[in-house]
Design a protein around this ligand. Structure first.
Ligand SMILES: Cc1cc2nc3c(=O)[nH]c(=O)nc-3n(C[C@H](O)[C@H](O)[C@H](O)COP(=O)(O)O)c2cc1C
Ligand SMILES: C=C(O[C@@H]1CC(C(=O)O)=C[C@@H](OP(=O)(O)O)[C@H]1O)C(=O)O
Length: 388
């Protein structure tokens, strides 16, 4: 069973991940994982924090001479910004009086962030104790996990890619081939295929920033060459589309997921939604992919297409009304240093969340202790499905 736990505060010394269940004999290097982290760090609209960090992974366990051992893999991402927060983030106990006087105790929760409800839930009167962990800094750890999964999926000839479809209402309405998406999505800072739209998006982000506002958008993740039959219709928690939806909506600020034609299906007749079945000698295929690769909670062999919506960033440089939790007086919310748009970065997080869910289900269906066994099982399965 593949599982992981992440730990670490946004301005603490490091993020730590333990991944359990990666088969032995997978070639794995810190450089390959860090390449994905680098993509997440970037993107137009990010704040100053990302200029401080140089996210790279150190492998602390589970790998020897470049290959996984089958034991837990521990990854560490250092927070370079921690050195600026040594007093504020100290672990050693301090006097209560010093705590109260310490600069930057946060008492004015930001609407839309976890501050107020997190404070109520864990009984924290300094809301920094909430924001340190609710921060999307944690998504760096999740991308590290997803990067390991992508490296494993690559051995099975499965690829996961993503692109940005809209930012702040500016939409890329183009229909693109996989090659067109791949050619652009790592090379431009809004991760959008159409260059003219890219500039409109940058302008839109600049305007929002200037106005002290923030914007969200929509991303698309596509998984290619996934065999039919992953997931199951027999029970709710084995439906793979459901698991992917959970994983994607768990990413900070993600509020919606759809597959294929998504919410447009509500207005389409059945004859235009269901994908006709064909057999082309190479196996079964569909004449369209409106369902985004899923039928009955199972992959159907077509590309998996996941659409996901990110709300605008909650921290606003022109803050909304809030209430001071000490005085109960109405104030403007606190201003923390912040991104004005993180949709491009978040598309990378989504891509890695999908990679994790695919790897998890593959390792459930083809239980394997080592990579050779996994590759062999997948090859036999692909041939069987083709000949069905
Ligand atoms: C990559 C990424 C970067 C983010 N950066 C910020 C940020 O700079 N400021 C902020 O307030 N929220 C940021 N967010 C969103 C918050 O973390 C998120 O809104 C918050 O944790 C509350 O969770 P919810 O929106 O899912 O309810 C970011 C999210 C992602 C995915
Ligand atoms: C640190 C990251 O994103 C952070 C996510 C975040 C939030 O509230 O979610 C708030 C900001 O934190 P800071 O105040 O330290 O700049 C972002 O920079 C990251 O993506 O690595």
């Amino acid at each position: 069973m593949l599982r992981f736990l992440t730990a670490g505060e946004s301005h603490g010394p490091q993020l730590t991940v333990i991944i359990e269940g990666i088969p032995a004999n997978l070639y794995l290097t810190g450089e390959a994982i860090s390449k994905e982290l680098f993509k997440r760090q970037g993107g137009y609209g990010r704040g100053r924090r990302m200029q401080i960090e140089k996210d790279t992974v150190e492998i602390m366990s589970g790998v020897r001479h470049g290959y996984t051992l089958g034991s837990p893999v521990t990854l560490v991402v250092t927070n370079d910004d921690h050195k600026h927060w040594l007093n504020i983030m100290g672990v050693a106990p301090i006097e209560e009086s010093a705590q109260a006087n310490m600069k930057r105790v946060i008492t004015k929760p930001r609407p839309g962030h976890a501050d107020l409800v997190g404070g109520m839930k864990y009984n924290h009167r300094d809301l920094r104790n909430v924001l340190e962990r609710s921060s999307a800094r944690e998504t760096a750890a999740r991308v590290a996990v997803g990067a390991v999964c992508r490296i494993l999926l690559d051995q099975l000839d499965i690829e996961v890619i993503s692109r940005v479809k809209s930012i702040g209402g500016v939409k890329d309405k183009g229909v693109y081939t996989i090659d067109e998406i791949k050619a652009k999505n790592d090379s431009n800072d809004v991760r959008v295929v159409d260059d003219a739209v890219a500039q409109q998006m940058r302008d839109c982000i600049d305007e929002a920033k200037k106005a002290g506002d923030s914007i969200g958008g929509e991303v698309e993740v596509t998984a290619l060459n996934v065999p039919a039959g992953l997931g199951s219709y027999v029970h709710y928690d084995r439906k793979l589309d459901g698991r992917i939806a959970q994983s994607v909506v768990s990413i900070n600020a993600f509020k919606g997921v759809s597959f294929g034609a998504g919410f447009n299906m509500a207005d389409m007749p059945g004859s235009e939604v269901q994908d006709p079945i064909a057999y082309n000698g190479e196996g079964y295929t569909r004449l369209s992919n409106h369902l985004g690769g899923f039928e009955g909670g199972m992959t159907n062999g077509m590309p998996i297409v996941v659409n996901a919506v990110m709300k605008p960033i909650p921290t606003l440089y022109k803050p909304l009304q809030s209430v001071d939790i000490e005085t109960k007086a109405v104030y403007q919310a606190s201003i923390e240093r912040s991104d004005s748009c993180a949709v491009p970065a978040a598309s990378i997080v989504c891509e890695h969340a999908v990679a994790f869910e695919l790897t998890r289900v593959i390792l459930e269906e083809f239980q394997s202790n080592y990579m050779e066994q996994l590759i062999e099982q997948m090859t036999v399965y692909r041939a069987r499905v083709k000949a069905f």
